[in-house]
Write a protein that binds this ligand. Structure first.
Ligand code: ATP
Ligand code: MG
Length: 403
């Protein structure tokens, strides 16, 4: 029996990107190669505004699942290849239809002759293929307006590719085309979604997590590692920086009025994140803030907290409702991890009387009362770094490309 032996990958938005296009295509090709590295016989090739994956016996499902996560892909289809001979094209189209159609009973043929030396016109091919399918099936009819299945036939110089139906891709831009972003990753619902959305627009990620042992336990940390692993499935390896935050939190608790403790803690987190980003050559940060969601996410709070850095901060969730965030979290598989009940560093030490409109001048004045600098240095110094998603050889190459 004839089988689907190729996957045809389409990328919409890239076509619009003018002279950056070549770089985008190259990155997308690399990312696809990384995504399908679990199926080692696959070959990934770029051809005329498309990417073609030759399966070489790999089961299509093991390739299609990871492909759905690759940003920059608008859609993809299983494809069968035929030689540019009429009889072979007709038979292959029939087989592609039979394997894809299930109970579906109407179809339409869309032939496209990109290779002009092929002697039969597109229109004529539509009719000949359609006739052949009708002759070799029962209870199947043509419907040019609302077909159950579209049989797409592309006649190219290197052969004819036949697809039936398409699977929607993840959209966005290829990870790595926008540079790197340092994601502030808590164990909560929001920040992993923020990371996912930054990946979607082509940013590559590193992540920073603040933990406060022994007040936060190993399981809380494991949670953040698991969230990081999930993020790697959308864009390749992610390096996680785990910052020991206990001593600094104690110092804040002891030296800052309780209603400003949360604001100062956020400012410290941001300063440390900026320092780690600078060390890593990263020029922008991202977090999971959403306007008005909690006391630290009022505009006044953001104004006062944001004062300590002039790095751009991406806030992909800033205008989203919680439910919209939860829906994405569900879709990308971080939700069940995020809702595990372990303590977060922010909830410990923190009083319930936080101001909702903290002022920059007051925050700065409170910070003068104590020398926090050695604590920040110590925290940066003792930060642990680990990289997730590097199991395969290809992912190492991928990393090497970036260095
Ligand atoms: P999340 O669900 O991401 O925890 P949240 O709604 O609970 O967000 P906050 O706890 O106020 O909001 O945190 C706001 C943002 O600050 C988070 O989205 C995250 O980017 C960052 N953040 C909070 N806690 C930590 C932490 N322990 N380590 C790193 N970043 C953190
Ligand atoms: Mg949180």
């Amino acid at each position: 029996m004839m089988r689907y032996d190729h996957i045809l990958v389409r990328y919409g938005e890239l076509a619009l990107k003018g002279k950056n296009r070549a770089q985008f295509e190259k990155k997308l090709e690399q990312n696809i190669r990384f995504a399908v590295s679990g199926a080692p016989n696959c070959k990934v090739k770029r051809t005329f505004g498309r990417i073609m994956i030759e399966l070489h016996g790999e089961p299509p499902t093991t390739v299609m699942e990871p492909l759905r996560h690759v940003f920059g892909i608008s859609s993809f289809s299983l494809a069968m290849k035929a030689a540019n001979k009429e009889e072979e094209i007709k038979e292959t189209a029939l087989q592609a239809f039979l394997q894809q159609s299930g109970a579906k009973k109407t179809f339409k043929v869309n032939a496209r002759r990109s290779y002009k030396p092929f002697p039969i016109s597109s229109q004529e091919m539509n009719q000949r293929i359609g006739g052949y399918v009708l002759k070799n099936t029962d209870h199947v009819t043509v419907d040019v307006h609302h077909p159950d299945v579209e049989i797409n036939v592309e006649i190219r110089e290197q052969g004819t590719f036949i697809t039936c139906g398409r699977i929607e891709g993840a959209g966005g831009l290829p990870v790595g085309t926008a540079g790197k972003v340092m994601l502030m990753l808590s164990g909560g619902i929001d920040s992993p979604v923020a990371g996912y959305l930054a990946l979607k627009r082509g940013a590559e990620l590193e992540a920073v997590h603040f933990h406060s042992p022994p007040y936060t336990n190993e399981r809380a940390r494991k949670k953040v590692e698991d969230l990081t692993s999930v993020l790697t499935t959308f864009g390749g390896p992610v390096t996680l920086h785990v910052v020991p935050f206990t001593e600094l939190q104690k110092a804040i608790h002891a030296n800052i009025p309780s209603n400003y403790a949360m604001t100062i803690m956020r400012r410290m987190m941001l300063r440390i994140t900026e320092r780690i980003a600078e060390k890593r050559g990263i020029k922008a940060l991202a977090n999971g803030e959403s306007l008005g969601q909690v006391a630290s996410q009022t505009l006044e709070s953001m104004h006062t907290i944001n004062e300590v850095t002039n790095m751009p901060i991406l806030r992909p969730l800033v205008t989203m409702d919680k439910q919209e965030v939860i829906d994405i979290s569900d879709k990308i598989g971080t939700y069940p991890i995020s809702i595990l009940p372990y303590e977060d560093c922010c909830t410990i030490f923190l009083p319930s009387d936080s101001v909702t409109k903290p002022r920059r001048d007051k925050a700065a004045r409170f910070e003068q009362a104590f020398d926090f600098e050695p604590y920040m240095e110590e925290a940066v110094e003792n930060t642990e770094m680990m990289t997730f998603g590097r199991e395969t050889k290809q992912s190492e190459q991928h990393m090497d490309d970036l260095l």
